[in-house]
Structures are given as C-alpha cells and as structure tokens.
Design a protein around this ligand. Sequence first.
Ligand code: 5AD
Ligand code: SF4
Length: 472
Amino acid sequence: MFDLPVLNAPAQEASLYAPSDVATQDQAARKLYVETYGCHMNASDSEIVKGVMHSNGYAMTDKPDDADVILLNTCAIRDNAEKKIHERLKHLKFYKRRRQDLIIGVLGCMAERMREELVVQKNIVDLVIGPDEYRALPALVEKAFQGEKGIAVKLSRVETYDDIEPLRTEGISAWISIMRGCDKFCTFCVVPFTRGRERSRAAHLIVDETKRLWDAGFREVSLLGQNVNSYHDETAGTDFADLLRATARAVPEMRIRYTTSHPYDMSDKLIETMAEFENICKYVHLPVQSGSDRVLQAMNRDYTVEHYKERLRKIKEFMPDCALTTDIIVGFPTETEEEHVMTLELMREIRYDGAFMFKYSPRELTKAWKMTDDVAEEVKMRRLNEIIEQQQRIATEINQALVGTIEKVLVEGEGRRDASKWKGRTDTNKFVMFPHLTDEASGKTAGYVVGDIVNVRITKATSMTLVGEVVG
Ligand code: 5AD
Ligand code: SF4
C-alpha cells in the first residue's frame, strides 16, 4: 500500500453506480464533501462512507465551498501523513468561521489517537469517527447539526460493511475491500492499532459484487486488504487463491488485481492461480522492507531474505513477465550502514519495476516506538535518496527495454493535463500515455472507447511512464 494524492469526491451526477433508491438530484439534500488521504483501503472506505450518507439522503459535492458536511478520511501511517491533516484542519478553520453551521469530521486511522485533541482542544472538529463506526455517521452528523459533538472510535472484530453499497463515482476501475484490519503486528506499523483485528468478507458477496460492477461498466477491480494472503472465508472454507479463482471465473473479461501481499503467506497455490487465469493481472506488490535478516527480524516480518527470493523465483517460474513492486523502509532503529547496503544490493539483484520508499517514522503504540529512533535524520535522508536514485535508474532501464514492444492497454480516458493524450494501464500496472486521434472533419474518434483494451506500440519510456501509439 502507498500514499495516494488527495482524492476529491467527484460530483455524484457522474456516478456509474449510485444506489437507485435515492433521488440524486434532490435540491434540498444536504451536501457532503469527502477528502481522502493515505492508502487504497482509505479510498475504498470513503466510498463506503459516501454510500452510507447517500442512502441517508445526502448529495455529494466535489467542492468544499458548497458542502454542509466536510469529512477528512485520515491516514496515520507516518508522521508526515498526520502533519498534512493538521495543516488541512488549520485551513478548514476559515471555512468554519465563514459558516457557523458547517460540520467538519475526522474519519479513519487518526480518529482514536486524536479524538480528545481534535474535539476538545482545537474546537474545529465536530465529529471523530473510527474506521469501524461508519454506520453511525448519519446519526452523529444529525446530532452535530443540533450542536452536539460526536465521537465513535470503537474497533470491531466483525464489521465488514458487507451490506453497504459503496458509492463509486468515477472511472472503470473499482476497489473492493475483501477484508479489514491486520493481525501481523510488524513492529513499525500502527495499522493493527488503528484498524483493529483482521476479518474477511464472505467470498460469494465479493464475487457477486464483481459481477455487478462488470454490468455497471467497470472493467477492472482491485481486491484490497492489508494482507490479502491471509484472507479466509470461514463458512465457505475459502482462502485467497480460491477467491481469486472464483472471481476470475465468474467475470472472465474483468481485469483483476489485488494488494497487498505479505511474503510470509504468498503461497504456491496463489502463484499458480495467478498464472492460470489470463484476466488476473501479472503484477505483484510484495513489500520486502529491508535486505537484512537481522532488521527483518527486528521488524517482526517473519521471513528471511532467502525465503523472499525463493517466492520471487516461484513467481518468475510461473509468470516470467510478471511485474514486481515493493515497499522499503530505511533507518529502522539500529539499522547499520552495512544493512542499508544489503537493501541496496537486494534491490539491484531483484530489479523491481517500482518501489515505495520511506524513512522510518516512529508510531506510538507500536513495539518499535519503545526502541530508540537512533538513525539520525540526515542519515535516513541520505539512505532514502540512495535507494530512490538507484531504483529510478533500474525502473528506467526496465521500461526502456519495452520500447518497440506492443502492450495491451486498458483505456482509462483523457490525461489530466492534455485532453488529446489519453491514458491507460498495462496488465503489469504500468501507466501508458498515447495520442488520441480524432478526425475533426468527420468527427470520428480513434475507434475505441474508455474501457476497451487496445494495442499500444511503446515509443518512449521513463521510470514511471510509458509513451506510445495505438496500433491495429
Ligand atoms: N515508518 C515508515 N514507513 C512505514 N510503513 C508502515 N509503517 C511505517 C513507519 N512507521 C510503510 C511500510 C508499509 C507501507 C504501507 O508503509 O513499508 O509496507
Ligand atoms: Fe502493517 Fe505489517 Fe499489517 Fe502491513 S502486514 S498493515 S506493514 S502490520
């Protein structure tokens, strides 16, 4: 999982998948604006929040100025993620001054930690709601309009929002949360404390949801969990590989992705299932975190570098063209210079297509919080720069080797800056830009639409992007 840019809630009129029992054009409806920080899981949770509020009569807006209720779905994974929220709240204070009746709420991973500070001391926030309490939102918002502050931060062992229809508002690519929480307790990670214990949704509901998404026009789904490899539907006796197989079979033309895997539980069965189905994307995000066994042990990661490499050999044996990405933390407490060099060497040996790279950030409640954060800031910074620089060089080399090849690209639509350039993604999750040719005189487009898979000949490549032209 990784940091996403802030995602704004698009206007609900654009919805491909709005619950049909609610009048979407209700002029009198109160308007909700949701701003999302952090990982895909949070983006998916925001869709659940919008689903809950929508079925209670709220309209969505993508403009905070128009909103009656502003909700920030927060991330606590690193200190800088939390700082961003504090900055944003300072800014939202001005909105509140302008409009006394505006309701501001903090949702998600920062809720538990910040409840007192946010509600009592700062006086900006009316609601603080944790990731397992979104069903309570409409009632708490209602009370907030009556002047009552609301806090609901209990974590649940069973909540999966199985019966909530997420309000998905754009694109052809949908997230499906298949489980919540995490039981891994990596020593650096706050997620088990902010999101609670691991629990899985029923497999048949996930398969049904995928079918409905196909019928609603979606062409790609990403199955989400903090550690999808430990997904388990107890009633049906289904593990993650079974779920993937059932989903791939049920909707054979839907592209299916998943994230995130844990190297300890990346089973042969899962790898073989991925290889068996053409519609399961050949892309694995497998966070390694460090190239040193000693550091991995201190992180409570439960695998060695050799085990990790053996998993990759299995992946490459079954799927030679499978793309690989990872997460790395530099400067974990006690990490030596030699251990940092081991990480650099491992990354050179594996040659990842991409990596999300972070400086260690101490998090309260975690085991590592009690260790001295003894790698100096400037050393962390230098180590981070070294791995980033090396990774960019490797990713550029890998992508440039694709120049001249023809890739199958799922068309996502116009690029952000230039409407004549369209964007899409390969099965291996590489971002591709290509000119979209429209004949002005005839008004004919290039013969494909958003959601089609087209052949693109790659002409240029950088570490992050492929550029090409549609052929045949
Ligand atoms: N400091 C730095 N990075 C962290 N991650 C999780 N917790 C921390 C932390 N305290 C990184 C890990 C994880 C990714 C989602 O975020 O690399 O895989
Ligand atoms: Fe955090 Fe580890 Fe769970 Fe991932 S597997 S969410 S890093 S505790």
